[in-house]
Design a protein. Structure first.
Length: 186
């Protein structure tokens, strides 16, 4: 026989407890998500400001392109360094970035030959810095296309998701003539 008896919670207390747990869960999930996605401190993924959401989507696109066949911890490091160095130029006008400075940052994260980011032997003879360069150029070209056509990436993604399915957004990004060269596969 138990020495102590514990009474159950009232419906009101249960609701309060669940609300507290839900809030704590959300806070921890957002923190872990932000750390996993390597969102720099200068970007706010929880903002409802449309310009900030545009920045996040463009940043995540660049990160996704770089991430193909790469070591994720180095992708995190490189992505953050790029944003810290180039800030809004990286997001809105990457074609104005000096390739020399871009490659210097690449080498600080990926090593002099880039082997810390991309495994050299598995690339079929392509040098890691060349792989990074053509993926960055795909990103750069896509951002230029958005700018020249006065298209918001946020609006484009939202329309694909609202009017279709996530498959439509994936297919659009995967098959886009400019981005196509940047992907490492499906």
């Amino acid at each position: 026989m138990p020495k102590e008896f514990q009474e159950g919670l009232t419906d009101k207390e249960r609701k309060e407890l669940l609300t507290i747990l839900e809030e704590r869960g959300k806070i921890k999930w957002f923190k872990k998500w932000k750390e996993h996605m390597a969102i720099p401190q200068t970007l706010n993924p929880l903002s409802i400001n449309k310009k900030e959401q545009e920045k996040i989507l463009r940043y995540l696109l660049l990160r996704a392109l770089i991430n193909q066949q790469a070591r994720f911890e180095k992708v995190r490091e490189l992505s953050i360094k790029l944003v810290e160095e180039f800030s809004d130029y990286l997001i809105f006008e990457p074609y104005k970035i000096s390739e020399l400075k871009l490659f210097e940052i690449f080498k600080t994260s990926a090593g002099s030959k880039g082997s810390l980011l991309y495994k050299v032997g598995s690339l079929g003879g392509i040098k890691p810095i060349s792989l990074f360069a053509y993926r960055f150029k795909a990103y750069e070209g896509f951002i230029r296309w958005l700018n020249e056509n006065n298209i918001s990436f946020y609006d484009l993604a939202k329309n694909k998701l609202v009017n279709g399915k996530s498959v439509d957004l994936f297919k659009f990004l995967n098959d886009h003539p400019i981005l196509y060269s940047g992907w490492g596969g499906k």
